[in-house]
Structures are given as structure tokens and as C-alpha cells.
Write a protein that binds this ligand. Structure first.
Ligand code: GLU
Length: 628
């Protein structure tokens, strides 16, 4: 089903000014103040800003560039950048900035993310790490309560300054545009500024995410003022504006990202983290954080070499550590690759997918952390020899009792080597972030996951600046292992990046982009990416069907958690093989992920795909629809 696209010449980088590290000067501001929005129809000079709601469709197929995000404003923003000659990286950054307005609980400049990028000029895939870092003062016992020596309750760590990592998003955008972009950040922020000023129409998702957070938002003064206008959750269909964020984006456009990492905004962030703006009447214990201006100054987004495995003849590129996404997706694919899986027996294919995930997750728990701070055997985890050793443990007729033990990726591989140390339990991880994909007419492809961790991050808004700060440091393990146990690679440490599951993935077929995909979902991100690849590559589904299909996740836990439709369709056959299935508890209950993806159907013709239903469905658009 996967025919290679016929060859076409790699195009040159699109024309445009050489991007600068930061956008500065009055010229940028002047351009901003006179600019008509890229994304929003211009309002009359004296008219009150008018809300506008783009159409939302989950599938679009066509030419000239393609975009898929969870949100029609962001998709439209990226599409307009492409239409005006920007490339995929420009469009990804512009869409990310607009998501910061319309999806402020998952995507904010107060957070971080990971991006993989196929550069058509060099025909190489790159990985950009914009993960948050721990402050220099953070030691491995940071999440232990000094009073008891016990880990802080997870909820308390989430809503605290302690969980706030040094944000990476702006530095990542800056790096992305300098290396691969053709537009400067100031210009790419304009559509987002317009949406923030004119407002967007509140949908069910925004309403529900606000309602979910209302209790803690009420306790944090600037968050309450911004997200609970008049003390209430904004109604579905009402218009939400964020003039503070518009002003912040304007100043960033004028002053550049140094304003954030070395300037006044940075000082405000540090003040907010170390002295959270809590309502004096609130009883909530919001612990202060450890961040300093030196931590912000020291932050760097990093260009890394992506992970790569070959699956059914295609090259699957992913995010290396500090994310566990690339290695865990890669290891599981290598294990699945040892078996023949096809649509004639979907239950058998799913059994192998679940078993491969189980084994790969055992290794994730034991070996994955920030590879700049701890040893991570990336090459061995992704080696064929190791995959054979692990695959040998799969009984085609019977699910292994979970949790299974991690293996030994040590270069010495034998069939069915005995397991190593006991498995580490799956850590708590928020299921809320967002993913977007973009392809341009030159053949560049961006796959970008961005996050502030939980819906609403730490719940702490920087006063007057219109954005929430992340709680990404809660992705660290809270409790050091007991004496004699295997070391935990994901304990907090100075400057360390917490382990992520984000998996922005790009698949090349015969050296050219074929698929790009990703999803939110905390630790279910990895299994959702795997299952979509299984659906598309092995089970004969087209990409829209591969995304829509019901999902299940096995993360080395005793039970397989699944969506109801999955339980209905495959439950009996999988239970007969010994899988213990249960409904996915959420949040959101019963729904796993919110993926976006694209497929290059043939050179120049791209299908962009979003969720048809999960979390309200997403938005796919192309520059020139096919068949018109
Ligand atoms: N914090 C999670 C991670 O880095 C992402 C959260 C989410 O998917 O919502 O993997």
C-alpha cells in the first residue's frame, strides 16, 4: 500500500530575508501597527474588533502546502503564511503563536515543546528540543516535602512555582527560524496578535478546560482576572479576547526574545514563580519555585540528531532524549517489525502492538532521562539486535503478565535473554498538550508538539502578560529509588530536562517525506503514534481512518486501557489472549489523544488530517484543494 513517490528535485530554500536571532527595532513595531492580519479579515478603522470563526474540517487534500492543527484559527494562520510564500517552519511557528491565544491551556510561551523538521534543501530530518529545564537550584529531592520526607501530593506540585520549568518555546522558535525559517518572528506573531485582540469564539473544549480548572484559577489572582471574566467560565459561543497577550507578543516583536530570557519580562516571570500571586483569602498551599534570572539567561533550545528506525522499509524519525518519544516508538516498531502483521488479522496485529509497547515501556522507565545529564543507551535501545532479543519474549498467543521487566541494551544480544531489574511503575503525566503538522510547496515538513503540561499548566499567569506558566517539572520522578534499586534516570537535577513522551514523528519513504504525525496525551502519546503507524502501514487504513480508529494504550501496566469502541470491537479477541482490558479513565475520560497528521500522497499532493471527533475534532486545510 505504500508506493514510493516518484523522484522530484529537492527545491531551494524559499526566498526571504535572512532571519535574525531576535526581532528588534521600531521598524518591526511600525510594521505591526499598520499590518492587516494574515489570518483575520480586516475590521473597519473605527469598528470594534470583530470575532471571526474559520470553518473546521478534519481532512483536506491538495497542493501548495497543507496544515493540520486542533484549532481552525491556528490552521488558518499557518495556511496564510504558506500562501504568502512562507515555508513550513514559518507556518509552524505562526500556528504555535496562534495556539497560544486560542489554546492557552496547552500552548503558551510559558511552556516548551519538541519539533522535527524535514529540510527539503538538504533532505535531512532535524530535531529541535525546546523542553523546559529545571532551575540550577533544583536537586533530586525537590519534590519531597521537607516536613515529612514524602513526595508532595501530585496536585500540589502541579499548582506551584516549584513545578515551573524554564520555558523553552520562544528560544525554540528563535532557533527554528534562524536555522530553517524565511520570516522573522515579529511578522509571524502578527496573526496571533490579531486573534488575541479581536477575540475568538469560545468552543466546548475551551469552556470545559476552563471549567476543569476553575477552582484553582479562582485562587490565583491574574489567572482569575484573565480566564474567569466577571468570575465566570466563558460561555460557549461567547468571544474571548486576550489584550495582555497581544501586548506581550507586540513587545516580543519589538524587543526580541532577549526581553524574555534576559530582560524585564524574564524578571517578571521569576518574580511570579518565586512569589506566586495567590489570593490572600485562598487556603491553597502554592509552593514557590526556585527559578532565577540566571536560569532564564542560561536557557538554550537545542538542535539534536533525531532518532531513526526502519519499519517496513520506511525510515521513521523521532525525538531523541530528553523526550522518550523517539526511542520508545522506535524500539516498539523494531519489535513489531520482527512479526508479520496485516489486515487479515487485526486482533493479532493489535496483540503484537500491545506486547511491543509493554516491552518498550519497561525500557523507557529504566533507561530514559535527559541524555545530557544521565547515560541513555539510545543506539542500543534502537538496535536490531536488541529488538530481536526483546521480540523473542512475545508469545503470539498469550499476553505477558504486566509489568514486564526492562531488558539489557548492552550490545550482547541472545534470543530471549532473561529480564533484568524489576519494572518501574508508570509515573503520573498530564494528558494535555497539542500537536500540529505543516508541509509546504517546497517539500519541507514540520511536526511540532508544544505543551505547558497539564490543561492550564501551573495555573499561574504572569500578571498583565496574558500567558500561563507550565508545570513541566512534574514530569520528573518525585521519589529517589530505595537503596539497592536501579538508578532512576528521571530524577530532578540542576539544568535537567524532565523526561517527555512527546513524539513529533516524520516518516520518509525512499528518502522523501511520506507521513508526519503526533498527538498530545502524556505517556499515551507514544502508543497513539504507534497505533496510527500500525493502522496506516500494516492494517491497510488510509490516514483519516488510521486517526479515527479506536485506540488502546499499553504502557507496561497490568491493564490495557482503551476507548469504548476499541473494547467493543477487539475486547473479546484480546481478552482471549490474556489481555486485561479496561476503559481509559482519562482525562478526558474515554478519549485517548488528539492527533494531527499528514501524508504525501504523491509529489506535491498532500492530505492533512485531524481528529474527526476526539476533543471536538481538529482542523485541516490545504493551499489549493485537489479537484478544484
Ligand atoms: N508533559 C507531557 C510530556 O512531556 C506532555 C503532556 C501532554 O501530552 O499533555 O510528555
Amino acid at each position: 500500500m505504500f508506493r514510493s513517490p516518484s523522484s522530484s528535485k529537492a527545491p531551494p530554500r524559499p526566498p526571504g530575508p535572512a532571519p535574525s536571532r531576535a526581532v528588534r527595532g521600531a521598524a518591526a513595531l511600525a510594521a505591526l501597527t499598520t499590518a492587516a492580519s494574515l489570518a483575520v479579515p480586516a475590521a473597519g478603522a473605527a469598528a470594534k474588533p470583530r470575532p471571526w470563526q474559520p470553518e473546521k474540517r478534519p481532512v483536506a487534500t491538495g497542493y501548495g502546502g497543507a496544515v493540520s492543527t486542533v484549532d481552525p484559527y491556528a490552521t488558518r494562520t499557518a495556511l496564510d503564511v504558506l500562501r504568502r510564500g512562507g515555508n513550513a517552519m514559518d507556518a509552524a511557528v505562526a500556528a504555535g503563536a496562534t495556539l497560544g491565544v486560542t489554546e492557552p491551556y496547552v500552548a503558551a510561551i510559558g511552556g516548551g515543546g519538541y519539533l522535527t523538521y524535514y529540510d527539503a534543501r538538504t533532505r535531512r530530518v532535524h530535531a529541535l528540543d525546546g523542553r523546559e529545564t529545571a532551575p540550577r537550584r533544583m536537586g533530586e529531592d525537590a519534590f519531597l516535602d521537607p516536613a515529612t520526607g514524602e513526595p508532595l501530593p501530585f496536585d500540589q506540585a502541579v499548582t506551584s512555582g516549584l513545578g515551573v520549568g524554564v520555558p523553552g518555546t520562544l528560544a525554540q522558535w528563535d532557533l527554528a527560524l534562524r536555522r530553517f525559517g524565511s520570516r522573522d518572528l515579529g511578522r509571524l506573531l502578527r496573526p496571533a496578535i490579531a486573534v488575541a485582540e479581536r477575540g475568538f469564539v469560545v468552543d466546548r473544549e475551551f469552556h470545559d478546560q476552563t471549567a476543569l480548572n476553575a477552582d484553582r484559577f479562582r485562587d490565583i489572582v491574574p489567572t482569575r482576572e484573565l480566564f474567569l471574566p466577571d468570575g465566570r467560565v466563558p460561555a460557549v459561543g461567547s468571544v474571548f479576547r486576550n489584550p495582555d497577550l497581544a501586548a506581550t507578543y507586540r513587545e516580543l516583536a519589538e524587543r526580541g526574545t532577549d526581553w524574555f530570557y534576559e530582560g524585564r519580562l524574564g524578571r517578571e516571570i521569576v518574580r511570579t514563580v518565586t512569589d506566586p500571586p495567590i489570593d490572600p483569602d485562598a487556603s491553597r498551599n502554592v509552593r514557590p519555585g526556585l527559578m532565577t534570572t540566571r536560569d532564564l539567561d542560561a536557557y538554550r533550545a537545542l538542535l539534536r540528531r533525531p532518532t531513526r528506525v526502519t519499519y517496513r522499509g520506511m525510515d521513521v524519525y523521532g525525538m531523541p532524549p530528553s523526550s522518550s518519544g523517539g526511542t520508545t516508538v522506535g524500539e516498539a516498531l523494531n519489535i513489531m517489525g520482527a512479526f508479520r502483521l496485516d489486515e487479515r488479522d487485526p486482533a493479532d496485529a493489535l496483540h503484537h502492538y500491545l506486547e511491543a509497547s509493554k516491552l518498550a515501556y519497561a525500557d523507557r522507565g529504566r533507561y530514559l532521562g535527559d541524555a545530557d545529564k544521565v547515560d541513555v543507551p539510545v543506539a542500543e535501545l534502537l538496535s536490531r539486535g536488541y529488538a530481536r532479543e526483546r521480540a523473542c519474549l512475545i508469545d503470539p498467543d498469550r499476553a505477558a503478565e504486566a509489568p514486564v521487566a526492562p531488558g539489557s541494551p548492552d550490545g550482547d544480544y541472545r534470543p530471549c535473554a532473561p529480564a533484568g531489574a524489576p519494572a518501574r511503575p508508570l509515573a503520573a503525566e498530564g494528558p494535555q498538550t497539542t500537536h500540529l503538522v505543516v508541509a509546504d510547496k517546497w517539500g519541507n515538513v514540520a511536526s511540532y508538539t508544544l505543551s505547558i503540561e497539564q490543561f492550564g499548566g501551573s495555573g499561574i499567569t504572569v500578571p498583565g502578560r496574558g500567558f500561563l506558566l507550565n508545570n513541566q517539572l512534574t514530569d520528573f520522578s518525585f521519589r529517589p529509588p530505595p537503596p539497592g534499586a536501579a538508578p532512576d534516570p528521571n530524577l530532578p537535577g540542576p539544568g535537567k530536562r524532565p523526561r517527555s513522551s512527546m513524539s513529533p514523528t516524520i516518516v520518509l519513504d525512499d528518502g522523501r517525506p511520506r507521513l508526519a504525525l503526533g498527538t498530545p496525551g502524556g505517556s499515551t502519546i507514544i502508543t497513539t503514534v504507534l497505533q496510527i503507524l500500525l493502522n496506516r502501514i500494516d492494517l491497510g487504513m488510509d490516514l483519516p481512518a488510521a486517526l479515527a480508529a479506536p485506540r488502546a494504550t499499553q504502557r507496561n501496566t497490568p491493564q490495557v486501557f482503551a476507548e469504548q469502541a476499541f473494547l467493543d470491537r477487539y475486547g473479546p479477541a484480546l481478552a482471549a489472549r490474556g489481555h486485561r482490558l479496561a476503559a481509559f479513565p482519562g482525562p478526558p475520560a474515554g478519549v485517548i489523544g488528539a492527533a494531527t497528521a499528514l501524508e504525501v500522497l504523491r509529489p506535491g499532493l498532500v492530505q492533512a488530517v485531524a481528529e474527526p471527533a476526539r476533543r471536538g475534532g481538529g482542523s485541516a486545510m490545504v493551499v489549493r484543494p485537489a479537484g478544484r
